[in-house]
Design a protein around this ligand. Structure first.
Ligand SMILES: [Mg+2]
Length: 318
């Protein structure tokens, strides 16, 4: 029995047939008007959508077509990681200009590889013509108790997965006409959604989480304001990749690492369970000071420092 319904004739459906052939077992149940998915009893449906647009989120000359597909898919799945959710399905809406038609298969290979790497499945999508390559990826997941940004409590510690600064360093090199080093480029081109990490953290007492898409400086502010708390970041504790300062790491976006609040976590047990991925305590959650609202405070060598401004979503890479 076919895992997909048989598609009708036409060039658009020929393109879809080609995508399905490439995806193999990474796609399932495609071809009806809508996908039908089972959510495990006792779990909640967790849904997010994310767009990756040529000349806004990436430039064609920076990445291979496979990397464009991988990166867009991992960026979308990262939001499920931040909720502590398990992926159920992925919906892919592609805008494909004529000049990209020959590379569509390679973009799709990257999407399929990322979906497979996270144990998800492509369950539907849409292909349309347009001026720029764009991937809009909707991810569906489930979790018994999804993590929110809003749950951090006074007395919690802030923990961060991985080390920051790679994507920012890659972007800085490209924007100044240079070439990033291989490690920085890999962090930009081949991010990993921290799906397993998110589930572990949710199961070990995390009270709040967010994935780092804007950069730590901006994303910790989202968590602080959603939770109505004061968050202090110890800049000297923030793990940075080689050659990157803490201040540069704070504004490095599209990291897709997780920032979580929790009363206490066993960082060694976390690392052992995730192939050596670091989990580092980088700050504290407190009730807001009298007369003040939620805020984020930086601290370095016992001295309060201003955190750099967050990434602006409307600042294009052009
Ligand atoms: Mg997010």
């Amino acid at each position: 029995m076919s895992r997909h319904l048989t598609l009708g004739p036409g060039r658009e459906f020929d393109a879809v047939r080609d995508l399905l052939a490439r995806w193999g077992t990474a796609a399932t149940g495609v071809g009806d008007d809508a996908a039908v998915l089972d959510v495990p009893t006792g779990s909640r449906l967790v849904v997010s959508t994310d767009s990756s647009v040529e000349e806004v989120h990436f430039r064609a000359e920076w990445l291979t077509p496979e990397e464009i597909g991988w990166r867009a898919t991992m960026a979308a799945l990262s939001d499920l990681a931040a909720m502590g959710a398990t992926p159920l399905g992925v919906l892919l809406a592609l805008t494909v200009p004529v000049r990209w038609r020959g590379s569509l298969g390679a973009v799709a290979e990257g999407v399929g590889a990322a979906v497979r790497a996270q144990g998800a499945a492509i369950v539907g999508g849409d292909v349309t013509d347009g001026d720029r390559l764009a991937l809009t990826i909707t991810v569906l997941g489930h979790a018994p108790q999804p993590l929110s940004r809003a749950g951090a409590r006074a007395g919690d510690t802030l923990y961060l997965t991985g080390a920051l600064g790679g994507p920012g360093a890659a972007l800085a090199a490209w924007m100044s006409g240079g070439v990033p080093n291989a490690a920085a480029r890999a962090r930009f081109a081949h991010p990993e959604a921290r799906i397993a990490a998110g589930q572990w953290l949710a199961g070990h007492g995390a009270t709040a989480a967010i994935d780092l898409s804007d950069g730590l400086s901006g994303d910790v502010a989202h968590l602080a304001h959603a939770s109505g708390m004061r968050c202090t970041i110890a800049l000297d504790a923030v793990p940075c990749v080689a050659g990157v300062s803490a201040l540069e790491a704070l504004v490095s976006g599209e990291e897709y690492e997780l920032l979580v609040a929790a009363p206490s976590l066993d960082v060694n047990a976390f690392s052992a369970a995730h192939g050596g991925l670091a989990l580092t305590a980088i700050g504290q959650v407190q009730a807001p000071a009298f007369g003040r609202g939620a805020e984020v405070v930086g601290e370095q060598g016992g001295v309060r420092v201003e955190l750099p401004r967050a990434h602006d979503h409307f600042a294009s890479v052009r």
